[in-house]
Design a protein around this ligand. Structure first.
Ligand SMILES: Cc1cc2nc3c(=O)[nH]c(=O)nc-3n(C[C@H](O)[C@H](O)[C@H](O)COP(=O)(O)OP(=O)(O)OC[C@H]3O[C@@H](n4cnc5c(N)ncnc54)[C@H](O)[C@@H]3O)c2cc1C
Length: 557
């Protein structure tokens, strides 16, 4: 690994982490960001793009919180139209349009079918008006305008759909995305713009001088050391941990969140035979549950129940599974889904802002930006879809804490450019045109090359450097390249983090990618100089992680 004389050469790499931490210890930053989910990554990128000196710390792995446990949709939120939250829908649809442009390898258009049955609260006519409003709020620039289908056309489109009482359906556009990778690419972009970021660092307390926070007391889980991270201003972006971190740091704090749990199940895509997502009504039409085909899997979710516990402990229960299976079987009776069909599951906690609503699902998805007098800004709530906008508003609001010179210097964000210049539209188109050349050059199968190109676009050739060569199977070669890239470009230092948040192995394959464990763990060992003991420990931790995540399966037997 090259040594870096210039700060701008630092990557979000495990190898560069020690240098990142040295900077964190020794400098005074303009902005210190606590929490490495999409909100923190967005704030860091926005602030760095304005020329601020930025530091970001994450307690565990980037995106380990809510930001890897969402429905993985970039959507305007058609449901919010019912609550007349037009502003929220308009903002989300504008962001959706921008994300197609700045993250084309991570955000993909998807059609959604919304079937309507006899006795539904909203009829075809009213839903048609809603669809028209949805198209209008996207300024008629959705990937495709909405369509109206008869009952027969609906069943042609979704062959296993419940026919009884079906009146017809509407089809509209939204998008699916890779939530964990969008965090990582946003952070990489922030680092490329000069931000400093490190994982495995917990904000445990604050130094308060004359009633103002002047430093965060950090615990580095890698070195076991404590240090002070100094800044002119501090931003908390810890999502569902907001109330907890506020008490740890500021002591006096009035709760602002009403966290709610959401569960998803994943299935083999072939079980559903569809290319479109489906919008299903649940709980007497009070809620929506999505069925989402994406990459290799089909996701069904989500639930929505109050969750007062520690977000770290959130888990899927047999009741959550029954609830989602019931909804899916009502809509797809022909699929005859059972628990045995479920490949994976995941649970997350929504950092909803408590607005006094009657029920969890009525609680608004609007975000909170709160500038505390003690020199700390809290950003929470909102939706993934609008993270860039929320980050922009948050950083804008911190400018009041700076002097006039700085306010002028930091006035202009530049977040409308591609997150990764090599993975822009042009980068992706060029890489797609190079598939034959890549295949010839590497001897890798077309499937593998196409997968790499769709994930990494113009960065694909950088991964070929890590190819262990034809002594290994094509898939083993691909996972080796992905592993080494994850270590050097996303600060991934453990097998659990790799399997769970860098590649879709855990959720999309019934074997969770364990057949590749030998090769992948060897790649980590080579790159991070693990001992055999460390390699064995890491493999054990991965198995324990899988047992924990899918513990509900055990309670079934
Ligand atoms: C089930 C579900 C489905 C959803 N679906 C969608 C969807 O499809 N589309 C959409 O737009 N939105 C969706 N959302 C909302 C969206 O996922 C969240 O709004 C977003 O991910 C919140 O990100 P965050 O960065 O604020 O929080 P998080 O991702 O939770 O990040 C907070 C981070 O702070 C870190 N942290 C905590 N304490 C400390 C500390 N003391 N020191 C340092 N770091 C700390 C945590 O480890 C964590 O990584 C969904 C949410 C849920 C739960």
């Amino acid at each position: 690994m090259a040594s870096h004389s210039n700060v701008r050469d630092l990557h979000l790499s495990v190898h560069d982490r020690p240098q990142m931490v040295e900077h964190l210890k020794n400098e005074i930053f303009d902005l210190v960001v606590i929490g490495g989910g999409i909100t923190g990554a967005g704030v860091a990128r926005d602030a760095a793009s304005r020329g601020m000196r930025v530091a970001l710390i994450e307690d565990r792995d980037f995106a380990i919180g809510t930001s890897s446990r969402s429905s993985k949709l970039i959507h305007g939120g058609i449901r919010y139209l019912e609550n007349y939250e037009f502003h929220l829908v308009f903002e989300a649809l504008s962001e959706r349009a921008l994300l197609f442009e700045i993250a084309p390898t991570l955000v993909h258009p998807l059609r959604f079918v919304l079937p309507l049955y006899e006795g539904n609260r909203v009829g075809m006519f009213m839903m048609g008006l809603g669809m028209w409003a949805y198209d209008a709020l996207s300024l008629f620039e959705a990937p495709e305008p909405h369509e109206r289908l008869t009952a027969n056309e609906s069943v042609e489109r979704l062959p296993l759909l419940q026919r009884n009482g079906l009146k017809g359906s509407y089809v509209y556009s939204d998008a699916y995305m890779d939530d964990d990778r969008l965090v990582l690419e946003t952070l990489r972009s922030a680092v490329a713009m000069g931000a400093f970021a490190a994982n495995r660092i917990r904000a445990s307390d604050a130094v308060v001088t004359d009633g103002k926070v002047s430093a965060i007391i950090c615990e580095d889980h890698v070195s076991g050391q404590k240090f002070n991270l100094r800044g002119k201003h501090f931003v908390s972006t810890v999502g569902p941990w907001t109330d907890k971190v506020a008490v740890d740091l500021l002591k006096k704090w009035k709760k602002v969140l009403r966290p709610s749990k959401g569960v998803h199940l994943t299935f083999n895509r072939s079980r559903f035979e569809v290319n479109d997502a489906i919008v299903m009504a649940a709980d007497n039409e009070k809620r929506i549950v999505f069925g989402i085909p994406r990459h290799e899997m089909f996701i069904i979710g989500t639930t929505d129940t109050d969750y007062p516990g520690d977000p770290k402990d959130v888990s899927v229960t047999p009741e959550d599974v029954d609830y989602l299976l019931d909804v899916a079987n009502q809509y797809f009776p022909g699929a005859g889904l059972t628990k045995a069909d479920i490949i994976g599951s995941y649970a997350g906690v929504r950092p909803l802002v408590d607005d006094g609503a009657e029920t969890e699902s009525k609680t608004s998805r609007e975000h909170l930006i709160y500038n505390d007098d003690r020199n700390m800004t809290f950003v929470a709530g909102g939706k993934y879809t609008t993270y860039r906008r929320m980050a922009l508003d948050a950083v804008e609001s911190t400018l009041d804490y700076f002097d006039l010179n700085d306010r002028v210097r930091f006035a202009r964000p530049q977040t409308e450019k591609p997150l990764n210049p090599l993975a822009s539209f042009d980068g992706l188109s060029n890489a797609r045109r190079s598939v034959d050349r890549f295949q010839l050059g590497t001897g890798l199968s077309r499937d593998v090359i196409e997968t790499l190109v769709e994930r990494h676009a113009g960065e694909t050739p950088d991964l070929f450097v890590f190819d262990p060569g034809p002594a290994f199977s094509h898939e083993e070669r691909m996972w080796t390249m992905e592993a080494k890239h994850a270590i050097r470009e996303t600060m991934c230092d453990s097998l659990v983090d790799f399997y769970a948040r860098r590649v879709p192995l855990v959720l999309s394959r019934a074997d969770h990618g364990l057949p590749f464990l030998g090769r992948i763990s060897r790649a980590f060992q080579e790159e991070l100089k693990w001992t055999d003991q460390e390699r064995a420990n890491q493999a054990k931790q991965l198995q324990e992680y899988l047992n924990r995540e899918f513990a509900w399966k055990k309670s079934e037997t």
